[in-house]
Every structure is written in structure tokens, then in C-alpha cells.
Design a protein around this ligand. Structure first.
Ligand SMILES: [Zn+2]
Length: 255
């Protein structure tokens, strides 16, 4: 049973307990209000946190991996200012990564997408529009978003995208239904860099390095200045600690 269903069942049981208590001893109305607020909060957190595995079963790390391998992932590209520079840094350190690309950007910068593929990195689907309101999409609209991006990736690189990362890390029942049809592997992360929120690159780097462990999946974005400095220092750190940065597919197929 999916975790959101378990939450609904627990909420119904608690509601029934309250109702029974109400008929026997009589309870204040705010108990019902409290239960509703708690349910609402849990539903919201479950939708925003992929590790709660609420509607889907996303992969957020390789839990049993003992080899010193990690996966670097870059969201929201291809970007004309940063992606090629990111590729160069990865090449300098002989590191591989996974790029979760937005369909609209792929169609604007097909050459950059091609460069990612030529360098041997994984390319994943990160929706077509990455619209702010995307999580209100119907299942049909989600299917359109996912298939259009898959087609662009295939047209440019000749490769089928098998990985999907939900925009903003948010999952909904409608997205889950669409992904059941498209059969993508859903990839989350277990180390969030907050590189689009924190402005100090040293702080971003520290957040990541103190959490690094074998099998970790690290979230970065190749769309802002900090990514270059953070990546350079992170790869230096990984080298010193004998970690290897690999693609998601390599990380997952390693037992
Ligand atoms: Zn994104």
C-alpha cells in the first residue's frame, strides 16, 4: 500500500476514535480541527518530500552500496552559460554525472544536450515546461510533458530517456498515474545542496561534503554561478577521499 493511503487509513481510524469518544464523554470541536490540520500538514509534507515515498517509489540513494561511488545530478539545464563549463570540469576530474533536462531548454539548446551525451553522461527527463503550476496538471497533460521531452532527447541524442525527476521534487497522484504509463524510473536525491537558495558557495560545499557517503545522490543545478566553484571543490574533495562520481545508471546497477 502506498504511504499516502496508509495516512488516510490512520486519519479515518483517528476520526472514528474521536467520534466514539464524542458520543461517550463529549469532546471539544477543536479536536476535529486539530486532526484535520495534522492530516493536511502530513499530506503537504508527503507531496514535497520524495523520501516519504507517498505516491511513487522514487530512488533517493543506493542504500546497500559499499563502494565509494556517488551520483552527481544537475537539474534544469541545458543552460547556455553554465552547462558546457560544468562538462569541462567533469572531464578534468574524469567524473560522470546525470543531467535532468527541461524539454523547452533542450529544444532551445540542442547542441548543449548533444555535448552532454557525447561526454557519456546520463540524461534524464525533468518535464517539458517545468512550469510553476505544473503540479496542478492532469494526467494527460503530464503524459504530454513527459513524452514531448523524451522525444526531444531521443531526436537529438538517439537515446531513450529512462529516468525522470519531478520538477521541484513534488509528486502528485496524477504524476504517479502518468509515470505508471511511461515506466520511467523516478530519481530523487538524498543530499540536497540548496545551491539555488544559499548564496555562499563555501556553505553549499560544506552542506554536501559533511553528508557524502557511498551510494549518495547529490542534487545540484547547472543554472547558476555557484555551481562551477562548488563542483570544482566538490570533485577535489571526492578525489581526496577516493570517491568516484558515476552516472545514476552506473550507481544503480552496482551491487
Ligand atoms: Zn527543476
Amino acid at each position: 500500500m502506498r504511504n499516502f493511503r496508509i495516512l488516510i487509513v490512520i486519519t479515518i481510524i483517528l476520526f472514528l476514535i474521536l467520534a466514539i469518544a464524542d458520543t461517550i464523554v463529549g469532546i471539544a470541536l477543536w479536536w476535529y480541527g486539530l486532526l484535520f490540520i495534522l492530516w493536511f500538514l502530513m499530506m503537504a509534507i508527503g507531496s514535497f518530500s520524495m523520501s516519504w515515498k507517498f505516491y511513487l517509489n522514487p530512488i533517493t540513494s543506493h542504500k546497500v552500496l559499499r563502494d565509494k561511488k556517488i551520483a552527481l545530478t544537475f537539474d534544469d539545464g541545458p543552460n547556455p552559460d553554465f552547462t558546457l563549463k560544468v562538462l569541462q570540469i567533469l572531464k578534468d576530474y574524469n567524473a560522470k554525472a546525470t543531467f535532468f533536462c527541461i524539454g523547452q531548454h533542450i529544444e532551445t539548446y540542442p547542441e548543449i544536450l548533444k555535448a552532454i551525451a557525447v561526454d557519456g553522461h546520463d540524461i534524464g527527463n525533468h518535464s517539458f515546461s517545468h512550469d510553476l503550476m505544473i503540479d496542478f496538471n492532469s494526467t494527460e497533460r503530464w503524459l504530454q510533458e513527459i513524452k514531448q521531452t523524451d522525444n526531444s532527447i531521443h531526436k537529438i541524442t538517439g537515446k531513450k530517456a529512462t529516468l525522470f525527476r519531478p520538477p521541484f521534487g513534488v509528486t502528485t497522484p496524477k504524476l504517479a498515474r502518468a509515470l505508471k504509463v511511461t515506466e520511467h524510473k523516478v530519481i530523487g536525491w538524498n543530499i540536497r545542496s540548496f545551491d539555488t537558495v544559499i548564496s555562499n558557495p563555501q556553505k553549499i560545499l560544506k552542506r554536501i561534503t559533511k553528508r557524502v557517503h557511498p551510494g549518495a545522490i547529490i542534487l545540484l543545478h547547472d543554472k547558476q554561478t555557484n555551481v562551477l566553484l562548488v563542483l570544482e571543490h566538490l570533485l577535489q574533495f571526492l578525489k581526496e577521499h577516493e570517491y568516484q562520481a558515476v552516472t545514476i545508471n552506473e550507481l544503480l546497477h552496482d551491487n
